[in-house]
Design a protein around this ligand. Structure first.
Ligand code: ADP
Ligand code: MG
Length: 703
């Protein structure tokens, strides 16, 4: 494609009405460098000038009205700063007051009492009579007798731009100057004809024009819909192509046999029957690792769904095929925990398992490194110490990352280790990701879901209690402890640096201590400001049952497994996000006992806070909770996706445009199934566009 440079690439200062000063501001404030950027600066709403309102019908809810009527009087009143021009416009239904504080002489000269006018503006009420200050006013002509008949676009802008005369409405004047210069050849259709027809989308060119200046509300909807679809569709197509290229062209390690280790463990040492979900996911992994391409899979399983077992069986599969595996956890505690449970599961088998963390003693470390490089240790568990340079594997075939959202993207990239063949990657996360989000942000990964808990789990009972009920809550905890259980008290420490939060934690600790005095009770405390050793010791004491109570911040959020803990009290629960509450709650309900989660708050709650508590007491379903979280907070705030940049849509919203997203996803799949390289004649323009865009983004990074 060597088309002549498009008008859309013209620098914005060349547009009539812009000039160097405004151009500078448009660039700095809104990132508008070119005509094309302005075209993609979309209005967020339109003022409806398509209908004429009766004066009697004007009400508080309207933010703009258009009326026509006769000017019946006009008078300058007041003096100095209070000086104003007041006029009255009458239609068949009532009288509307018009007021000007500025430009009085000019307005007065132009208006004629007894003439008919078309008036537009924001109504306010004074003594329950409607008035408009500084209305737009035009002489009524046969052309505008039914109103101006336009939907006037209103654009996002900034204070600095407003100061230079570019407010939400005047930016529309620039767009209006631009559009006549843009022609169909500048905005050619890129979607395949079949898709355009099937979804009855307006042509791309028309959509761009009408999203700014629609002739009517229906056209606007159609234009907006088309552009949103395009956004969602292209994003998914890009991701799907990355995935499909990996499936087709990457060379990967082949795990093609299920051997002695896997079978012996499965048949003789498995402590329980696998859940249906665990079986299904294992099958997905087996198929994926046997094809000769690299696996890059995200495994989502709600807290307690049994991901560790899936990890272990996958590592045995790797070992059966002569490859080593590593399992990485985000903290030492978690690594240790995995090591303990996996060693125990494997104790009757001849498989060497190692643990490597930052605190592994030097001597032990050297032995481990040697065994890894010689290939005599098939399974190693650890923290990020595993991706340090010194760790050399003889034959690494599989990397598993647990609780992925604690790992940065950078670390994930580092895992793609040196060597000719990339090891398979399995990322496990217990933070359920809403489906719509997974489709967009993780569309390049394969994706497995474990949506089933092992049988026999008693659902956690969650209640919301106000501060006044604290003594009763404490008594309840006492009863549980008397039964031999353990309890968590969780305090918000949203920012580790917040002094106030820290004081609250300490106060809380003292309070809990007053209710649960030594030597009858012992308490562990864990927070982010402690040295790692102190944290570990406290954790360990709770784990082994030396302490019955754990007072903690959210540092215990992820993965900690103390099945004997049956109560969690969450202080100031309204301050936590939904997903976080769900993660925290997942620390109880891990044993066979009925568990409880008590959300404590004061009386004063925001509506959102109240809604979150309501959801938490209503369901234990992590996927449902994640959907609600997305609805309440919007995609930008969901943990772990901020860096992905994949959710920055200009028009579409993965929350509000779910049906469009699903349609886009369906069509994308269908298209790639038929034409995976987009090489057919009708898909070629799509392919060209994707390549062009790719070039463009890289260019804009340089610029
Ligand atoms: P998570 O998915 O949160 O990492 P874990 O792997 O820690 O969950 O498993 C939680 C608990 O459930 C563990 O104690 C584990 O032994 C147990 N578990 C796992 N799978 C099953 C199963 N199929 N049947 C019974 N218990 C299981
Ligand atoms: Mg886990």
């Amino acid at each position: 494609m060597n088309a002549a440079p498009s008008i859309l690439q013209s620098p914005i200062e060349y547009l009539k009405g812009v000039g160097p000063l405004r151009a500078d501001l448009l660039k700095k404030e809104l990132g508008i460098f070119t005509f094309g950027d302005l075209l993609e600066h979309f209005p967020y709403r339109h003022l409806d000038k398509t209908k004429v309102d009766a004066i009697a019908s004007i009400n508080y809810q309207q933010d703009f009205v258009q009326v026509k009527g006769r000017l019946i009087d006009m008078e300058v009143i007041g003096a100095n700063r209070g000086k104003r021009l007041v006029a009255h416009l009458k239609d068949a239904t009532g009288v509307l007051e018009l007021v000007w504080f500025q430009g009085i002489n000019w307005v007065e000269k132009r208006l004629v009492i007894g003439s008919d006018y078309l008036v537009f503006g924001k109504p306010t009420f004074f003594m329950s009579k409607p008035q408009i200050t500084h209305p737009e006013i035009d002489v009524l002509t046969p052309d505008n007798a039914e109103g101006k008949n336009v939907l006037e676009p209103i654009y996002p802008t900034t204070e600095k731009l407003k100061a230079k005369g570019l407010n939400g409405r005047t930016i529309g004047k620039l767009t209006a100057a631009l559009l006549p210069q843009v022609h169909e050849k500048d905005i050619p259709e890129i979607l395949p004809d079949a898709v355009v027809q099937k979804l009855q989308l307006p042509h791309r060119y028309k959509a761009y024009l009408q999203v700014h200046f629609p002739p009517d509300a229906g056209s606007y909807e159609a234009a907006l819909n088309r552009l949103k679809f395009e956004e969602l569709f292209l994003a998914q197509l890009r991701m799907a192509m990355i995935k499909s290229n990996r499936h087709r062209f990457s060379k990967g390690i082949v795990f093609d046999k299920v051997g002695a280790l896997f079978n012996t463990f499965y048949n003789e040492h498995l402590p329980f029957e696998l859940t249906g979900a665990q079986k299904r996911v294992l099958k997905e992994i087996r198929v994926d690792t046997a094809r000769g391409h690299q696996m890059n899979r995200l495994l989502q399983g709600d807290v307690g769904s049994g991901k560790t077992m899936v990890a272990l069986l996958t590592m045995l599969l790797a070992a059966d095929n002569g490859y080593q595996s590593c399992l990485m956890a985000p903290t030492e505690i978690l690594a240790q925990q995995h090591y303990n449970s996996i060693s125990k599961l494997l104790q009757k088998m001849e498989v060497k398992v190692g643990l490597l963390t930052g605190s592994t003693p030097k001597k032990e470390r050297e032995v481990l490194l040697k065994e890894l490089s010689e290939g005599t240790m098939p399974i190693i568990i650890g923290t990020h110490a595993l991706i340090e340079d010194k760790v050399q594997f003889k034959q690494l075939g599989l990397s598993i990352i647990d609780e992925q959202h604690r790992f940065g993207v950078a670390q994930r990239a580092e895992l793609k280790l040196k060597g000719a063949l990339q090891p398979h990657i399995l990322v496990m996360t217990a933070t359920p990701i809403p489906r719509t989000m997974a489709m967009t942000a993780y569309g390049d990964l394969d994706y497995s879901v474990m949506d089933e808990l092992p049988p026999g789990r008693k659902p956690i009972t969650t209640v919301h209690r106000y501060e006044q009920a604290r003594p009763a809550v404490m008594d309840f905890v006492k009863q549980e402890i008397a039964k031999g259980r353990q309890a968590y008290f969780i305090y918000p420490l949203i920012e580790e640096s917040s002094k106030l939060d820290f004081e609250n934690l300490m106060k809380g600790y003292e309070e809990v201590k007053a209710f649960f005095p030594e030597p009858q009770y012992y308490i562990s405390m864990v927070h982010g400001k402690q040295k790692p050793e102190v944290k570990e010791t406290n954790m360990m004491r709770f784990k082994t049952g030396d302490t019955q109570i754990m007072v903690s911040t959210t540092v215990i959020e992820v993965g900690v497994d103390v099945p004997n803990a049956s109560v969690m009290v969450i202080e100031s629960a309204q301050r936590f996000g939904l997903s976080q509450l769900h993660q925290l709650r997942g620390r109880v309900g891990r044993g066979s006992e009925q568990s409880f989660c008590i959300l404590l708050t004061g009386k004063q709650l925001t509506q959102d806070g109240r809604e979150r508590l309501k959801i938490m007491t209503a369901t234990n379903d992590g996927f449902l909770i994640s959907e609600k979280d997305l609805e309440l907070r919007g995609p930008g705030d969901i943990e772990g996706t901020r860096q992905s940049g994949m959710l920055d849509f200009k028009l579409a919203s993965i929350v509000k445009d779910k049906p469009l997203l699903e349609a886009a996803s369906y069509i994308c799949r269908e298209l790639l199934e038929r034409d995976p390289d987009l090489s057919s004649a009708e898909n070629l323009r799509l392919k060209n566009y994707l390549q062009l865009k790719k070039g463009k983004t890289e260019w804009s990074k340089v610029a």
